[in-house]
Design a binder for this molecule. Structure first.
Ligand code: ADP
Ligand code: MG
Ligand code: MG
Length: 256
């Protein structure tokens, strides 16, 4: 078992005006492989800031606190080292990579992650199988990464990466946004397939409760204004679906 531990994390960003603005105000969270956690909360509460900080985005400045993976200091690792250590972040706004086909991108990334090239015969089969399970058309393999992909296609491709790269911890930021119900099901099935193997910890970040009908979290954490305001089991998601974020106070409803 592996453990990703976030302790009393304080994170700031530098605004366009050059001022420092504190976004995360003391977040503590422990995720073990095999567990599924949902972070829910109103817009602007700092959910993506947490995801980007774990991923090592340079814009996010850690003021204090720690992130460790089995005791190893994650904040000390480069973005590449984090990926090799088994952290996977599906971006809320995935980037395009012009001139690089999906096939080349996936194989290059897998080689970099594992430190050796995947066996070609198995790899080709694995890619085909994962693509078909995620209902990704076969000719996507020869298209450039994310170029001209629809929102739903980008999300499927994120989950394709998840299934092929087999991370220890998957951080899925708003994987549900912009998906119709069919795409949401396909994407959720992919996450559940990988999760059911018991070797991955999942951190599912979402504003809406909808995806939690398909991906059942073991733990739910409600983010408000850069802090965890409440924690519970799956029943907390049901309660949020019924009541919204209003009871968490004015800060929670301003941008909802
Ligand atoms: P969430 O994902 O919960 O919607 P974010 O982490 O995206 O929240 O944002 C938290 C707060 O930080 C918001 O007030 C947002 O405006 C601010 N923020 C985040 N990223 C930036 C940025 N790059 N520049 C300016 N403000 C930012
Ligand atoms: Mg947001
Ligand atoms: Mg966000």
């Amino acid at each position: 078992m592996s453990t990703l531990e976030i302790k009393d994390l304080h994170v700031s960003i530098e605004t366009e005006q050059g001022a420092r603005k504190q976004i995360l105000k003391g977040v503590s969270l422990t995720i073990n492989t095999g567990e599924s956690h949902a972070i829910m909360g109103p817009n602007g509460s700092g959910k993506s800031t947490l995801a980007s900080t774990i991923a090592g985005h340079p814009r996010y400045l850690v003021d204090s606190g720690s992130i460790t993976l089995d005791g190893e200091d994650v904040l000390d690792m480069s973005v590449d080292e984090r990926a090799r250590a088994g952290l996977f972040l599906a971006m809320q706004y995935p980037v395009e990579v012009p001139g690089v086909t999906m096939t080349n991108f996936l194989r290059t990334a897998k080689t970099a992650l594992d430190g050796k090239a995947p066996s070609l015969r198995h790899w080709t089969k694995d890619v085909k199988e994962a693509m078909s399970q995620l209902r990704i058309d076969a000719d996507f393999a020869q298209r450039n990464v994310n170029e001209g992909f629809s929102g739903g296609e980008k999300k499927r491709v994120e989950i394709l990466q998840l299934e092929l790269f087999k991370p220890r911890f998957a951080i899925l930021d708003e994987t549900d946004s912009g998906l119709d119900v069919d795409a949401l099901k396909v994407v959720s099935e992919g996450v559940n397939r990988e999760h059911s193997k018991g070797e991955m910890g999942t951190l599912l970040i979402t504003h809406y409760t909808r995806i939690l009908r398909y991906i059942k979290p073991d733990f739910v954490h409600v983010f408000v204004d850069g802090r965890i305001a409440e924690q519970g089991g799956p029943e907390l998601a049901d309660r949020l679906e019924a009541e919204g974020y209003d009871r968490f106070g004015a800060a929670a409803v301003t941008t909802a």
